[in-house]
Design a protein around this ligand. Structure first.
Ligand code: GLA
Length: 412
């Protein structure tokens, strides 16, 4: 079993055809032979370079897909049975395609998958057969680089191909997000599903979450690389304070709009439509300090996204790094989503000469951070930051250098 995983891991890094062959063998060992072909799909993890917790506030975000993937082997059946299995967490889960799916704790990761099927059915899709599905993931779970969105988008891409649904990347992203809202009870924004469905190698995406307009921006980092720093503090968005942040923002928006109505001025559609000047004029109506700080984060973070993209385009990586630091500090003091683990990584990263910026990436509350470091600094970085983290937190952080990746696709 450990040996199987080692082999698959190695193939995932070096040889995609060998990975497909090995995954096909494991698929047949679990599900038996059939005249139907086994199809293969993959979806990447993501980092968010900057623009945190503002996707659900109509802001702009700047994520990139990275070169760590989840893989899916999928085959149609002739009856209505659905079987899911996972190489790392073996055990077959069985469902029926005609079921009315509902979230069930004991269905574990299958909830993400049944959620997608349930949203598709709600949109009028009818399935004329079941399928067998085997997953193999190289993305650390619960780690803040969006393993769950990768699972959803990989599966939606596979189901779209298997049943000829012709879903494009934007539709896949929207279905994934809707499933999180309606099935998983997480009121997330669209950033994760969007970058995972639409990412391209060597590019980041500047996404306007209010309009879903987007633009690819070359990720030209010269001698610098992004390193993912995993706190190894596991958490699931559903049991984090994520939804609490979403409701705080809604509440703050209502207060600002009540004030604007009192002044006879038009309402703001979302918090990120509030410019820094507007915020300075309106902020006194936010008498609750917590809400005031939440809004200040949204307003300043949205500005940092524009500045960071301009800095990257101008080749000014030092400025990009400075903005990443400022983003972390805003999430630490105003938005309060970092915590001692991520703050320790950020603080220690800042002490390494080759590191020009670092921040939490994704929801926070544990999960991962990213650092922008010189390509030669990796050994010193992981050694020093790793030791300091262990000394303070009591267990190890994980580190890996990441490149960019392509969005969810069929591996044909
Ligand atoms: C999670 C959510 C995203 C986004 C980030 C924070 O990853 O899924 O929609 O809100 O947190 O930026």
């Amino acid at each position: 079993m450990q040996n199987d995983i080692r082999v698959l891991n190695q193939y995932a890094q070096e040889d995609l055809s060998a990975l497909k062959r090995e995954l096909a063998a494991q698929f047949e060992a679990r599900f038996g032979a059939s005249s139907e072909p086994v199809r293969f799909f993959a979806a990447p993890a993501r980092i968010n370079i900057i623009g945190e917790h503002i996707d659900y506030n109509g802001g702009k975000v700047f994520p990139a897909a990275i070169d760590k993937y989840i893989y899916l082997a999928l085959r149609r059946r002739s009856d209505n049975v659905i079987r899911y299995d996972d190489v790392r967490f073996p055990g077959i889960f069985t469902f029926d395609i005609t079921e009315n799916f509902a979230y069930k704790k004991e269905s574990d990761y299958c909830n993400y998958l049944n959620g997608i099927l349930s949203i598709l059915k709600g949109r009028g899709v009818t399935f004329d057969s079941g399928f067998d599905a085997l997953f193999f993931s190289c993305i650390p779970p619960g780690g803040g680089i969006s393993s769950s969105s990768a699972l959803e988008c990989c599966f939606a891409r596979g189901i779209s191909s298997l049943y000829g649904l012709n879903l494009d990347g934007v539709e896949i992203a929207k279905i994934g997000q809707e499933s999180e809202h309606r099935f998983m009870n997480v009121n997330c924004g669209i950033m994760d599903q969007f970058i995972i469905a639409m990412g391209k190698k060597d590019q980041a995406i500047l996404l306007d979450c209010a309009t879903i307009e987007y633009e690819y921006v070359p990720l030209a980092l010269g001698d610098y690389r992004f390193v993912v720093m995993n706190t190894n503090k596991k958490r699931q968005l559903s049991d984090s304070k994520y939804n609490e942040r979403v409701s705080e923002c809604r509440k703050a928006l209502d207060i600002l709009n009540a004030e604007l109505a009192r002044r006879g001025e038009p309402a703001l559609p979302d918090l990120c439509s509030c410019t820094p000047e507007r915020f300075a004029e309106l902020k006194d109506c936010l008498s609750d300090d917590v809400l005031l700080r939440r809004v200040r984060h949204c307003v300043t973070e949205n500005g940092r996204v524009y500045a960071a993209v301009a800095a990257l385009r101008a080749g000014n990586l030092a400025e990009l790094g400075r903005l990443m630091d400022a983003s972390h500090e805003s999430l630490q003091s105003d938005y309060e989503t970092t915590g001692v683990e991520l703050d320790t990584l950020h603080e220690e990263a800042g002490k390494i000469p080759g590191c020009i910026g670092s921040r939490v990436t994704g929801a926070g509350f544990g999960g991962c951070g990213i650092a922008l470091i010189h390509k030669d600094a990796f050994p010193e970085f992981t050694d020093k930051v790793g030791k300091a983290y262990r000394a303070k937190i009591g267990y190890d952080a994980g580190f890996f250098e990441c490149g960019t990746g392509d969005g969810a696709c069929a591996l044909d």
